[in-house]
Design a protein around this ligand. Structure first.
Ligand SMILES: NC(=O)c1ccc[n+]([C@@H]2O[C@H](COP(=O)([O-])OP(=O)(O)OC[C@H]3O[C@@H](n4cnc5c(N)ncnc54)[C@H](OP(=O)(O)O)[C@@H]3O)[C@@H](O)[C@H]2O)c1
Length: 329
């Protein structure tokens, strides 16, 4: 099993290497790939140095699987070229997510739809993954009608440059800006670019990707995505209206029995999810589970997860694990 990590020098790529190592992914050879700027640079995997190579060099070596986290344009250009030599690409960018011929996969929810013919598989957006992880089991049982979500997203969601902007601002150093405004001591209601409808692309990802993953176009979703000065871990306030009524204890039980979800909801001891504790972990944490008294069949949740792990690297590696386990590569 030959695996390529494309974008290995980036934030998500670095976590991918860590997750592959932690989970002891069954690989015989690892290729670490980045832009021409990084070719020749030394990285480390399982204590051994590995040299960064270019994308064309990686394609020549025909890896079985390529885990991509190198931005949308790199993916649009190069993922098909990997697929042509027989590599299965799992892509973290938004390039292929809404392409009708590509699957958008959260393994706990819809990996069973994958086949050997899926040569480019899309990994959903980080804020979508954590929300659908919490909502999929509830949708199956109570049938979601409408979701109102507000996000509180960490700077690591924007990449290396944004983490540096926050660090520079905290230490009073002038540097390059990843955002149009300071992020330290601020909250910026602007994640990704604006679309013509006045929503940001990040907000519309929450709408479109949720419907695609839950395979239900009738679910109404409206989102507000906000960047806040946390270093790692996205948080979300999720208000969800169901067709059917629910019992709060059943909701807690269902969520606590869901693989990859941890319920933290004991108000007596101030137990609720927070990014500083979710950071570095693979689970999606759910708490503040309560009924919305303002309308029937409606629930409020607070959902937190490490955007670089379950929101990106871990989900990608889990898809690769599923492919290997089920002989799909
Ligand atoms: N951060 C998150 O929470 C998150 C979550 C889900 C998905 N994603 C997606 O994952 C991707 C990477 O995000 P990131 O946060 O890791 O960004 P990042 O820290 O800026 O890293 C970008 C990576 O892509 C490589 N790259 C850029 N242009 C390239 C090119 N032309 N050819 C080959 N490699 C190229 C860079 O290599 P060099 O070091 O050589 O420049 C670097 O390894 C993006 O598509 C992003 O939308 C991010």
């Amino acid at each position: 099993m030959k695996i390529a990590v494309v974008g290995a020098t980036g934030l998500v790529g670095g976590v991918m290497l860590k997750v592959l190592e932690e989970r002891n992914f069954p690989l015989d050879e690892l290729l670490v790939v980045a832009s021409e700027r990084s070719v020749g640079k030394k990285m480390e995997f399982k204590g051994q140095p590995i040299e960064v190579i270019s994308i064309p060099d990686a394609i020549k070596q025909k890896p079985d699987i390529a885990l991509f986290s190198a931005g949308g344009s790199t993916s649009l250009e190069w993922a098909p070229k990997f697929a042509e030599v027989g590599t299965t690409v799992i892509d973290n960018s938004s390039a292929w997510r809404m392409d009708h011929s590509k699957k958008l996969v959260v393994p706990e929810i819809n990996a069973s739809s994958l086949t050997k013919d899926d040569k480019i598989i899309a990994n959903p957006n980080c804020s979508t993954i954590q929300m659908v992880m919490a909502l999929a089991p509830l949708h199956t049982k109570y049938d979601i009608k409408r979701i109102v979500v507000s996000t509180y997203q960490s700077v690591s969601g924007t990449g290396v440059k944004a983490v540096e902007q926050l660090e520079n601002e905290i230490s009073g150093v002038k540097g390059e800006m990843a955002y149009p405004y300071p992020i330290h001591k601020n909250a910026i209601p602007h994640c990704d670019v604006f679309e013509e409808n006045g929503y940001t692309k990040e907000e519309m990802k929450l709408v479109r990707e949720t419907q695609k993953i839950l395979n239900d176009k009738t679910i109404a979703v409206t989102a507000t995505a906000v960047r806040i000065p946390t270093a790692g871990g996205h948080s979300e306030s999720v208000n969800v209206e169901f067709e059917n009524d629910f019992d709060l204890n059943d909701v807690r039980k269902l969520l606590s029995e869901t693989d990859g979800v941890t319920v933290q909801d004991n108000l007596d001891v101030n137990n609720y999810p927070m990014p500083i504790y979710a950071n570095g972990k693979d689970d999606v944490f759910v708490g503040r589970i309560r009924r919305d008294g303002s309308q029937p069949n409606t629930l409020n949740l607070w959902v937190v997860s490490d955007n670089l792990r379950k929101g990106a690297a871990t989900n990608t590696v889990q898809i690769a694990e599923y492919l290997v386990k089920n002989n799909l590569v």
